[in-house]
Design a protein around this ligand. Structure first.
Ligand code: HEM
Length: 526
């Protein structure tokens, strides 16, 4: 199948050559002194082939190492001009090419696709204003709301420094000390933690972003991708069996589904909130551990994402893909969510390490629009930008008309930012401590959203993993977190792992957190 995407795969020729393009008569043979003698240094074909083989591996992703991907398109199906002047979103009917990579988070690149883990759902949209990446997960919330915790948390899911084994004690030790993780833990240990393959699940931005208009006004947004056909899950037993019998279950299913002409499709929706609504919202919109209730902030249709093409070459088109939440386009901006702010740095940083300084020049990452800037040279430079000066010269300056903040592009940076900074002042403080607010959404899940069967599945799924914790102190601390959600939840898990029941963790009241935010808001408004 010829690729509809933009790659020059070099797959046309059928003639065997060395890397400098010279024909070779025999791929399997090396040059020797006589029939049984030693090899010759002049045999460039052999040396080139061995030397290249020795360098075949690049570092795997430090998280999300195991994954699968495909290509397709994103189409805007609605009129969104009241929300943003981003040229793609403001053009109903417009279609752009997309590359998507799904992944598990904690395991190495050979690990099982059915592991209990959030799934990554990373999308690169090739727009005429540059590449716009949606680096999402299949859960609407996350374990942390302070990025300083990320390396600690991830290390507890990786291997012990001495035994080189994974260890549930580390995992639950971290979670009990950081109870804001409980909302994600409710989702993760339900059957949503073991999706049926990669392409039968929803995707969520999780973070809050800002969509701007030319006059500098904006709305806060959260994106949702809802898979047509519904979110399909495996139960604990099925996922465990598949991990042994077919660790590449999700990768295989995705490939075969697309080859069979059944193209996975997601309806894309946006939730929006004005700055004024954000001030009144019960939760902090920069807190990644909370969802925006759909009843208050309904899902508004945006468009659809369709995957209709398998990669021709996994390494070039999926492994080398570099997704980053900082790959944004005009009129779309990051919010001040501290986890998002840290991610803006972390992804391009790891890409420079994993793929090299010029990772944006690799075919899968290269924008479809010309790149004109002052980045020059470095290892593996393919786009040299010709004879253009490598500084902003007065004789032939690069133009930047039409970008937001310029006269033609609308409000300037000051006008844009001045509109909602007071909220940020309050947000950072009340994100830092645990309050009763942190337990409301997990409690609703346990008491209202789930039925008896789902509650029992949760208890059993947790017990299988939590039962492996070797420290009583770690067990008791985490049981106190569950008790703060609901005493019956904690007691059932305690019983399942043979531990005495534990009282709820004591936390600050919800009213204290809300009063604190109101006070800071009022102070800043003076
Ligand atoms: C992958 C860091 C939180 C979604 C990665 C990678 C790093 C990273 C270093 C490897 C990227 C690569 O090698 O190309 C972080 C940090 C976080 C964080 C520091 C928090 C402080 C999140 C959150 C989400 C997310 C909250 C989703 C809402 C993803 C996805 C990938 C990924 C989907 C895989 C991208 C791909 O398929 O190439 N993360 N991450 N991460 N992360 Fe995060």
């Amino acid at each position: 199948m010829p690729s509809q995407q933009v790659f020059n795969s070099g797959a046309e020729s059928q003639h065997y050559t060395t890397s400098n393009g010279a024909a070779v008569s025999e791929p399997y043979a090396s040059q020797r002194v006589g029939l049984l003698g030693p090899l010759l240094l002049q045999d460039f074909h052999l040396i080139d082939s061995l030397a290249h083989f020795d360098r075949e591996r690049i570092p795997e992703r430090v998280v999300h190492a195991k994954g699968a991907g495909a290509h397709g398109y994103f189409q805007v199906t609605e009129d969104l001009t009241d929300l943003t002047d981003n040229p793609l979103l403001a053009s109903k009917g417009k279609k752009v090419k997309a590359t998507v990579r799904f992944s598990t988070v904690g395991g190495e690149s050979g690990s099982a696709d059915t592991a209990r883990d959030p799934r990554g759902f990373a999308i690169k949209l090739r727009t005429e204003e540059g590449n716009w990446d949606w680096v999402f997960n299949n859960t609407p919330v996350f374990f942390i709301r302070d990025a300083a915790k990320f390396p600690h948390f991830i290390h507890t899911q990786k291997r012990d420094p001495q035994t080189h084994l994974k260890d549930p004690t580390m995992f639950w030790d971290y979670l009990g000390q950081n109870p804001e993780s409980i909302h994600q833990i409710m989702i993760l240990f339900s059957d949503r933690g073991t999706p049926d393959g990669f392409h039968q699940m929803h995707g969520y931005s999780g973070h809050t972003f800002k969509w701007f208009k030319k006059d500098g006004s904006f709305v806060y947004t959260q994106l949702h991708l809802r898979v047509q056909g519904g979110f399909k899950t495996l139960n604990n037993e099925e996922a465990g069996k598949l991990a042994g019998s077919n660790p590449d279950y999700g990768t295989e299913n995705l490939f075969n589904t697309i080859e069979a002409g059944k193209f996975p499709t997601w309806d894309v929706y946006v939730q929006t909130m004005t700055p004024a609504q954000a001030e009144q919202f019960r939760y902090n919109i920069l807190d990644l551990t909370k969802v925006w209730p759909h009843a208050e902030f309904p899902l508004r249709p945006v468009g659809k994402l369709v995957l209709d093409e398998n990669p021709q070459n996994y390494f070039a088109e999926i492994e080398q893909a570099a997704f980053s939440p900082s790959h944004l386009v005009p009129y779309i901006e990051a919010s001040a969510d501290p986890v998002l702010q840290s991610r803006l740095f972390s992804y391009p940083d790891t890409h420079r390490h994993r793929l090299g300084t010029n990772y944006q020049q690799l075919p899968v990452n290269a924008p479809i629009v010309p790149v004109a800037n002052f980045q020059r040279d470095g290892p593996q430079t393919f786009v040299s930008q010709g004879a253009r000066p490598n500084y902003q010269s007065s004789i032939a300056p690069l133009q930047y008309k039409g970008a937001p903040g310029t006269i033609e592009g609308g409000a300037n940076d000051y006008e844009r930012q001045a509109k909602h900074e007071t909220f940020v002042g309050a947000a950072f403080r009340d994100l830092s401590f645990i309050t009763e607010l942190d337990f409301e959404q997990p409690r609703a899940m346990w008491t209202k959203v789930w039925n008896d069967q789902q509650r029992e599945a949760y208890v059993q799924n947790v017990a299988g993993h939590f039962g492996g914790v070797k420290s009583d102190e770690v067990k008791a601390r985490q049981l106190s977190v569950w008790a703060a959600v609901d005493q019956s939840l904690s007691d059932r898990i305690a019983k399942a792992v043979g531990h005495p029941t534990v009282k709820p963790l004591q936390v600050r009241s919800a009213s204290e957190a809300i009063k604190f935010r109101a006070n800071v808001g009022a102070h800043l408004a003076q």
